[in-house]
Write a protein that binds this ligand. Structure first.
Ligand SMILES: NC(=O)c1ccc[n+]([C@@H]2O[C@H](COP(=O)([O-])OP(=O)(O)OC[C@H]3O[C@@H](n4cnc5c(N)ncnc54)[C@H](OP(=O)(O)O)[C@@H]3O)[C@@H](O)[C@H]2O)c1
Length: 272
C-alpha cells in the first residue's frame, strides 16, 4: 500500500458540487487555500470564489491539473471526455483523478488517461451542500486503498460515506443521488395535505420536512427496520392506519420502487 497524502488539489468544474468540495477541503484543514486551485469557464464566479475562500482560480484546466497531485473532476457527465482530453497529458507521477460525474465508470475514465493512473469514483448527493450528504466511493484498476481512503475522508466532511463495489454505482445513483428529489416531492405533497386540512403553508411545510427528517434520523440512529418504526406509529384503530390505507390504495410503495429502478437504468446511460 502506498503512503498517500495530498498536497495540492485541483477542482475542475467549480459549480455546485465542486464548490462544496472546496469548502470540505477548507474545513478539513489538511490542504490550505493556497494549495487549492479551482476552474470553470466563467471568470466572474471564479473571482467570487477566490475572494470568498482565498483559493487560487483559473479558467485553464491544464494549468490547474499540472499544479495538483489530486484532480477532482466535477463537470457535468457530458463534459467529461472533453476535459479529460484536455488534461490527460498532465497525469503521471502518481497523480490521482477523483471523478464525481454520474455514469462515468472508472474504466471509461482510465481509458482517457495514461496507463497506471489511479482513478477514484465518488457519487455524492445534493444534501452534501449542507453536510448531510450520502457519498458512495470506489477505486479503479490502479487506485490503492490509500487513494480510496483519502477520498472517503474528503467526502466524510460532507456527510455519510460508503465504500462500495462499482457494480452498485448505478443503483446508488438512482437511490441516494436522485432520492432527495423524490423526497422533496413527498415533502411537498405532505405539505399540500396539511394545507388541504387547514394549516398555513409555511407551517405545513415545516411539519412535513421535520416529520421526514425525524423519521430518517430514527431509522439511522435506532438502526431499526423502517417497518417496525412504522408499526410503533400505527395505534390499533387509530388515524395513521387510515392514512396508510390511502397510501397503499395510491400505490406509493410500488411507485417509489419503480422510481428508483428507472433512475438506476438512466444512470447507466448518462455517459457514452
Ligand atoms: N448535483 C447533484 O446532485 C450531483 C450528485 C452526484 C454527482 N453529481 C455530479 O457532479 C457533477 C457536477 O454537478 P453540479 O450539480 O455541481 O453541476 P454544476 O453546478 O453545473 O457544475 C458544473 C460546473 O462545471 C463547469 N464546467 C463546464 N464545462 C467546463 C470545462 N470545460 N472546464 C471547466 N469547468 C467546466 C461549469 O461552469 P462554467 O459553465 O463556468 O464552465 C459548472 O460550474 C456532475 O458530473 C454530476 O453528475 C451531481
Amino acid at each position: 500500500m502506498s503512503e498517500y497524502a495530498i498536497e495540492r488539489v485541483a477542482v475542475i468544474g467549480a459549480g455546485k458540487m465542486g464548490t462544496t468540495l472546496v469548502h470540505a477541503f477548507l474545513q478539513d484543514g489538511d490542504v490550505g487555500p493556497e494549495n487549492i486551485i479551482a476552474t470553470r469557464r466563467k471568470e466572474e464566479p471564479l473571482s467570487r470564489l477566490a475572494a470568498a475562500e482565498g483559493v487560487q482560480t483559473t479558467t485553464d484546466n491544464r494549468e490547474a491539473a499540472a499544479a495538483a497531485d489530486m484532480i477532482l473532476l466535477c463537470v457535468k457527465p457530458q463534459g467529461v471526455s472533453e476535459v479529460l482530453e484536455e488534461i490527460a497529458g498532465e497525469f503521471g507521477g502518481g497523480k490521482v483523478l477523483v471523478s464525481i460525474a454520474a455514469g462515468a465508470t472508472t474504466a471509461m475514465l482510465e481509458e482517457s488517461l495514461p496507463e497506471g493512473t489511479p482513478v477514484v469514483r465518488a457519487m455524492p448527493n445534493t444534501p452534501s451542500l449542507i453536510g448531510q450528504g450520502m457519498t458512495a466511493i470506489c477505486g479503479g484498476r490502479w487506485a490503492e486503498p490509500d487513494h480510496v481512503e483519502v477520498t472517503r475522508k474528503i467526502f466524510a466532511g460532507m456527510g455519510r460515506t460508503v465504500v462500495l463495489d462499482e457494480s452498485y454505482f448505478n443503483a446508488v445513483t438512482g437511490l441516494a443521488a436522485s432520492g432527495p428529489a423524490f423526497v422533496y416531492i413527498i415533502i411537498e405533497s405532505l405539505a399540500e395535505g396539511g394545507v388541504k386540512v387547514g394549516l398555513p403553508r409555511h407551517i405545513a411545510t415545516e411539519c412535513a420536512a421535520q416529520a421526514c427528517l425525524g423519521a430518517a434520523s430514527m431509522v439511522l440512529e435506532t438502526q431499526s427496520a423502517p417497518a417496525l418504526l412504522k408499526d410503533d406509529v400505527t395505534t390499533p384503530a387509530g388515524c395513521t392506519m387510515d392514512g396508510i390505507l390511502k397510501l397503499e390504495e395510491g400505490g406509493l410503495r410500488v411507485t417509489l420502487i419503480k422510481a428508483v429502478v428507472e433512475a438506476t437504468k438512466r444512470a447507466g446511460e448518462l455517459v457514452e
